[in-house]
Design a protein around this ligand. Sequence first.
Ligand SMILES: Cc1ncc(COP(=O)(O)O)c(C=O)c1O
Length: 459
Amino acid sequence: MGELPPLTKKEVEKWRERTGKSKEIFKLTKKYIPFGVNSNYRAWEPYPPYFTKAKGSRIWDADGNEYIDYNLAFGVAVAGHSHPRLLEVIEERVRNGTILGFEYEKVYQLAEIISKRFNVDMVRFQSTGLEATLHALRIARGCTGRSKIIKFLGNYHGSHDFGLVATKPNIYAAGWVKRPAKVPSGLGVSEGALSEVLVAQYGDLESVEMIVRENPDDVAAIILEPVAMNMGMVIPSKEFMKGLRRICDEYGIILVFDEVKTSGKLYHGAEEYFNVKPDIKTFAKAIGGGYPISAVGGKKELMEYVGPGLIPHAGTFNTNPLAVDAAIVTLDEILTKDALDRSIRYNEELVKAYKDIMSDEGVPHRIVYFGNSGTIFFSDHDINTWHDFLKYQRVGMWWAYFIGMMNRGVVATAPGYDEQWTVSVQHTEEDIEITIEALKDVAKILKEPIPDFRIIEAF
Ligand SMILES: Cc1ncc(COP(=O)(O)O)c(C=O)c1O
């Protein structure tokens, strides 16, 4: 990475001083757990921070440092942490059994809430986002009798083999802009899955059409993040989305919106913004209020093929009452239209402050936001694709910003230069004010010529 300039170096040293306990825990943990983490995205150099507890908009690390949390577990805790209403419901549930092994009587209520709010006819539930997208793709293959899937460079759909293709390749592996390379996201990805995935450029209809014309009878599904939140934040044009709908209709392809993240950002999710209806949607993260639950839902004529002797779908923990009760109270009582609108207003305040502060200090930036969420690219150029991201995002500056904010008691975004922040319904005006003050301070560090480094760890 090269020698760090003085202010940035000071921040890194300060961070290490503040996180001595995490360093010790890492030493113990790495003996038993590879890289000391249970999700590769949590691995850090030289060691990851370990955390102890969270409440409301706040989270505490093992050293007792308190932070305002805009990571919210990568967009899960839009309800905030340990919401008092959730606490009541969960306490009651723990007393009455957390797993039944049969269908739970309230599952109907949750299905109805999801169906009405997110405009899907029928749903099936699982525990994680990866399961939801895996099942969405299986439903598409099962209903069309076709095998191929089109996904977009830089989109992430979870840690299953169909999703682990062309997620975050480095510049040498990303391929031509119009025809991104079909590159596995690491070792051990199934050759079979790779052979069934075709990779298109995000936001580029021509690149999709090219692939579809070459495979007119083979494509079962086009899956995408309607707002790409695994390359910072990229909002494609409404014309692109309408174009995808048109191509799918023309070629009999199932259009899948992966709303694992977007379902927590706007009340009705991405369809509210694009006004384009996909055939299948997947939901996870925010819908469970911090409990593991996901859903795959869509048109009745597709969903009714999920069943015994038809399309396989199963899971021991599916619709456990803990997760179902949590999701009902989260969607019905906590993530209400009013509460989400408030979080969106706070986000707009944050966005304005980011723009003003970075402009005043002359820091190169692009701010993109959607609903209660946003991101800062340290770049002089707009970023619309993963190729743009690789070329323009100044990763060194991003880390200086992130560590600087942590040292001032703010987890400013999900930890990753390709992530974003989310404002929960429990964030307060005071949280926003503290964050803005921290940002003013950190922007001064970012004026330093911070050495950049290329993204080489992904391939
Ligand atoms: C858009 C998207 N889809 C799917 C997933 C996978 O969800 P999970 O980590 O719950 O398996 C993620 C996770 O970050 C995601 O961002």
